[in-house]
Design a protein around this ligand. Structure first.
Ligand code: FPP
Length: 238
């Protein structure tokens, strides 16, 4: 099915979509394959989603690729995910650049392996002036960690406690110049936030889908936009 088979209006498109790409491990297990096989398939689903979002004129996509808690996974899986990150930044970057995508990393980059930092820096600097889709890749990202960092910076700037505002905190997050997500979707059947964009998701519409991330395709994406457009957003008003 194509986009014309869905009840999607161009008027009410989300600007910013955040995704928790969950279910790679179970997708692989079902196929009696190692977990990394699932993460590789997840990278392909990401490739497709970035294309689609970009084609549909979505402005910002923020994806959770590696959390501050993911270091607790086996060394083999951590190493594999880091390899996939490098591969993503090296192999996809030319095409992303061609499609005017601007790549940004959100998270504590300094703790990542040097080759990941290097390929990520390279992807960011090559695409920094692009005016298409902004792709935030969350790597070693934690929502609480991000807020702690913001508060530290504000204090270091000598701000008096009574002068601290919500806008000031927003302006010290990794997403400082971007609007908050309209949609937060988590695939893989779990209904939790797992420390993702804690501050930014205050008024976001949440969607939880049973589909495993490697199976997330065009139809799943269109279905999501359609469901979003049926929601009535009130931002705290009556
Ligand atoms: C969660 O599924 C997924 C991750 C921790 C990694 C997500 C990574 C990708 C989609 C690959 C693209 C990555 C980069 C760096 C660009 P899970 O392993 O928790 O799945 P499970 O819950 O079924 O075990």
């Amino acid at each position: 099915m194509g986009i014309e088979d869905y009840n999607i209006s161009e008027e009410n498109m989300p600007v910013h979509i955040a995704i928790i790409m969950d279910g790679n491990g179970r997708w692989a297990k079902q196929r009696r394959k190692p977990r990394l096989f699932g993460h590789n398939a997840g990278m392909k689903a990401l490739h497709n989603t970035v294309h689609l979002a970009s084609d549909m004129g979505i402005k910002i996509l923020t994806v959770y690729a590696f959390s501050t808690e993911n270091w607790k996974r086996s060394q083999e899986e951590v190493d594999g995910l880091m390899r996939i990150a490098v591969e993503y930044f090296m192999k996809e970057i030319a095409e992303l650049h061609r499609n005017h995508v601007q790549v940004r990393i959100i998270g504590e980059k300094s703790r990542l392996p040097k080759d990941v930092q290097k390929s990520a820096d390279n992807a960011e600097s090559l695409t920094k002036d692009n005016d298409g889709l902004i792709l935030n890749v969350a790597l070693n990202y934690g929502g609480r960690d991000e807020i702690v960092h913001a508060v530290r910076e504000i204090m270091e700037e000598g701000t008096a406690p009574g002068d601290v505002t919500e806008e000031m905190i927003s302006a010290h997050l990794y997403t400082r110049d971007l609007p908050d997500p309209d949609i937060m979707i988590r695939t893989g059947g779990e209904s939790r936030l797992s420390n993702f964009l804690l501050w930014q998701n205050a008024y976001t519409e949440f969607f939880f889908d049973d589909i495993w991330w490697p199976d997330f395709d065009d139809d799943a994406f269109y279905k999501l936009i359609e469901a979003y457009q049926q929601r009535n957003r009130r931002f705290g008003t009556a």
